[in-house]
Ligand binder design. Structure first.
Ligand SMILES: *Cc1c(COP(=O)(O)O)cnc(C)c1O
Length: 236
């Protein structure tokens, strides 16, 4: 009995240590510094108590895919947590999240960016966003196509309270993480191309890519944020 309780109590810490170690090793292999990469602990569907455990281990970046859940957790957890909205955002939910999310990873239309502008202006806040790109052209996924990305960046860049920090992708579920290397490398290249256009009010310093199955590959290909849920908190 006590063995099980012990195991459960240490699970998150052990997982975090392992994931951080893997990130460090992948960074080293790629000749990158570990500080260039931030681990987002994806806590969706998991209880507040588990977020608190990860927080006690030093985690300050957490990812949620639903607005309601992000707001509920944000209200009761320490204020120095950076909440990342990583799931699809509906325009009618924007008003709840503009002043709570540290970074919105999932902007994939001008209409959504305009709604963020409208609510940001009302609340007098600045909102950092990423443009979500559907690199593998999967029917089931949100995100603009790589071809449309620059145009959306140019249009959204005109919104004064909205600040584009980079690009995000959700890669396909694959058997071998290397199978996603092409999508990660292409997202990196896309961000380099857009950066080269020197568009006002646009940064291309952030690349949000890689999940439990492929975050080490993503680090090798230039990720600055990796989003890991299952690998930290266990199966959902
Ligand atoms: C759920 C989710 C993750 C984390 O997925 P895991 O495979 O559990 O690591 C990462 N990114 C997004 C957008 C998600 O919705």
């Amino acid at each position: 009995m006590s063995v099980n309780v012990e195991g459960r109590n240490n699970m998150i810490k052990e997982n975090l240590d392992a994931v951080n170690g893997n990130i460090q090793a992948a960074a080293l292999e790629a000749g990158r510094k570990q500080e260039e990469i931030t681990l987002i602990a994806v806590s969706k569907t998991k209880p507040v108590s588990m977020v608190e455990e990860a927080y006690a281990c030093g985690c300050r970046d957490f990812g949620e895919n639903r607005v309601q859940e992000l707001c509920d957790k944000c209200d009761v957890l320490p204020k120095d947590i950076r909440w990342h909205l990583i799931g699809h955002l509906q325009r009618n939910k924007v008003k709840y999240v503009v002043d709570k999310a540290y970074l919105i990873h999932s902007v994939d239309s001008l209409r959504l960016a305009q709604e963020i502008q409208k609510e940001a202006e009302k609340k007098q806040v600045d909102v950092n966003i990423l443009i979500e790109v559907n690199m593998a052209a999967e029917e089931s996924k949100f995100g603009v196509s790589p071809d449309e990305a620059e145009n959306l960046v140019r249009e959204a860049a005109k919104l004064p309270n909205v600040h584009i920090q980079g690009l995000m992708t959700i890669a396909p579920v694959v058997e071998k993480p290397e199978d996603n290397a092409v999508h990660f490398a292409n997202l990196k290249q896309l961000s380099v191309d857009i950066k080269g256009k020197n568009i006002d009010n646009v940064n291309m310093n952030v690349l949000s890519m890689g999940m439990t199955g492929d975050y080490e590959q993503a680090v090798k290909d230039g990720a600055t944020y990796v989003r890991v849920g299952t690998g930290i908190f266990g199966e959902r």
